[in-house]
Design a protein around this ligand. Structure first.
Ligand code: SAM
Length: 201
């Protein structure tokens, strides 16, 4: 019988072999990350979580937004992704923590803003993962679920068509967020990106 642990093991195996060279595969995504972080609304002094930070390519943008008075933390399931992040100097601008979004090693209400890029479709239990992100978010905290490529283009990159039951489609994602304690404020399901913004209820 398969379960969430099998999903986590498969996810780690999938990304472990892709960690080296991950950022070189997507050299043009930088401005899209910068725009998404600007829309998330990160302020000087904020405490910010990059959930599923991977190699940490969003961390410099988040650090620039929080300034030196803020706190930036990246968490990821895959050790190889975090090793790559460290090799790129991201441990000097952010805390890097190995952990699962379904059970985060952070205090309740710890974060003012959460970015989760490329995460939701990998979650074994999306509602539980979004609820756990809500637990570590302060009341009124902001969340950005993001992909720097549109859903259709990403499906084609993976060699298939967009599935009708895609967890990122509307109204499914807003319903999931609502059940997990978030209020959706924006869904931009564009050809060149997918961005959902929400506020902690
Ligand atoms: C598509 S990559 C995106 C990485 C990074 N956010 C970026 O945009 O470059 C997905 C990442 O999610 C991580 N991941 C998947 N499921 C996770 C979970 N349950 N908890 C923490 N990280 C997870 C993977 O290890 C991988 O690094």
């Amino acid at each position: 019988m398969s379960g969430p642990d099998d999903g986590a093991r498969d996810t780690r195996a999938f990304f472990a072999v892709r960690a080296a060279g991950w950022e070189e595969r997507f050299p043009d995504d930088g401005p899209r990350f910068a725009r998404a972080v600007a829309e998330l609304g990160v302020h000087p002094g904020d405490t910010v979580l990059d959930a599923a930070c991977g190699t940490g390519r969003a961390l410099p943008v988040l650090r620039a937004a929080t300034g030196p008075a803020g706190t930036v933390v990246g968490v990821d399931l895959t050790a190889e992704m975090l090793t790559e992040a460290t090799g790129r100097g991201r441990a000097e601008i952010a805390g890097l923590v190995r952990g699962d979004v379904h059970a985060l090693p952070f205090a309740t209400g710890a974060f003012d803003a959460v970015l989760a890029a490329g995460l939701v479709s990998h979650l074994a239990e999306p509602e539980a993962g979004l609820r756990e992100l809500g637990r570590v978010a302060a009341h009124g905290a902001r969340l950005a679920l993001f992909s720097p490529v549109g859903r259709v283009a990403l499906a084609r990159r993976h060699g298939h068509e967009l599935r009708p039951d895609d967890v990122r489609g509307q109204p499914r994602i807003s319903a999931l967020l609502s059940r997990a304690g978030w209020t959706t404020t924006l869904v931009d399901d564009a050809e060149d990106r997918w961005l959902v913004l929400a506020v902690r209820q």
